[in-house]
Design a binder for this molecule. Structure first.
Ligand code: SF4
Length: 326
């Protein structure tokens, strides 16, 4: 991985998140490892695409970055400084989310103006007039007409609601925006408008994004780097141009093949992976991907793959290990 003169604006270092979950009414709680030793670095003005199927831990990771969940182990660093549990407010001012579903993430009983201004109110920023001005600026920034401010979410289209959600995130002037599947609840025709808006805002405001998606095609629009997640682990990370030109991990290849279909829809891809996604309570031994991997070897069934570092990323797979495989 390339060295940077300044520390990453945001970093996860060996973060683990374990939940205790019960199976059935009388079952004993069992550990579910949502994240297993995840390390990620987000450099200023980068767009890091985080890709993987549902249930792989992407949203848990987003919640940890937003301070909504605490890691079981590992560290979260902002500008190289570890964020302690009591510093969530600091995170909230610098990192803002845009969630998947603009239908449920906007309070239907609040006016658009109140929704967008809410973060300022919560953090006690500005008086009424200043907040009103800030809302006007934000509506303009996200391409919504000023008249919608007195309206309610039910009066807007899906794309307009997601623009409201983006305005609400940006009113805090965050440096980092965590976009968690921001287009997957939208019609295909609207998805590219929102992706273009996010791209334009990044240029205009110098934003850094963590862009979470189950779909590599969506990430390709924006990402400068891509991290691929499988069952709570990052299995490949690389600059976007390299990853799309030459994916290395078999799971990345499968994800890419799933979006290189004639169907231009950006909906849930069919990963053609055969075996179902494993239960994270009892992940497969060895390489967690081995039951679905077309290139599986004997060693993969028993031994976790090593991390093979490259000049600008890594891949976790026995195929690239210097040690002989069987
Ligand atoms: Fe496939 Fe083995 Fe590589 Fe895992 S380690 S992705 S099973 S080849």
């Amino acid at each position: 991985m390339s060295e940077t003169a300044t520390p990453p604006v945001l970093e996860l270092a060996s973060v683990t998140k374990t939940y205790q979950v019960k199976q059935g009414m009388f079952g004993k709680p069992k550990p579910l490892h949502a994240l297993s030793g995840v390390s990620l670095r987000l450099n200023r003005k980068d767009v890091l695409g985080l890709v993987g199927e549902s249930g792989c831990g992407k949203s848990t990771l987003a919640k940890i970055l937003l301070g909504l969940e605490m890691p079981t182990d590992g560290r979260v660093l902002v500008d190289g400084r570890e964020i302690a549990p009591g510093e969530r407010r600091l995170l909230a001012r610098r990192i803002q989310p845009v969630f998947q579903d603009p239908y449920s993430s906007l309070n239907p009983r609040k006016s658009i103006e109140d929704i967008i201004a809410l973060p300022l109110l919560v953090h006690g920023i500005g008086d009424g007039a200043a907040r009103e001005q800030a809302v006007t600026r934000m509506l303009d920034l996200v391409g919504l007409p000023a008249r919608v401010r007195r309206g309610y979410p039910s009066q807007l289209s899906g794309g307009q609601r997601q623009r409201v959600a983006i305005a609400r995130a940006l009113i805090m002037k965050p440096e980092i925006v965590i976009c968690d599947e921001p287009t997957s609840a939208l019609d295909v025709s609207v998805q590219s408008q929102i992706l273009n808006l996010l791209g334009d805002l990044r240029e205009e405001l110098g934003l850094t994004y963590l862009f979470i998606s189950h779909n590599l095609a969506v990430v390709e629009h924006l990402a400068t780097r891509v991290a691929v997640m499988y069952l709570g682990q990052i299995v490949e990370e690389a600059p976007a141009r390299d990853l799309f030109a030459g994916p290395r991990h078999p799971y990345t290849t499968a994800l890419l093949e799933s979006v290189l279909t004639p169907d231009p829809s950006l909906s849930v891809p069919d990963t053609h992976l055969g075996a179902a996604y494993p239960n994270p309570i009892s992940p497969p031994p060895g390489c967690r991907f081995h039951p679905r991997c077309g290139k599986v070897r004997d060693i993969c069934r028993t031994t976790p793959p090593p991390r093979v570092e490259g000049p600008e990323g890594h891949v976790d797979c026995h195929l690239y290990s210097a040690a002989p495989t069987h």
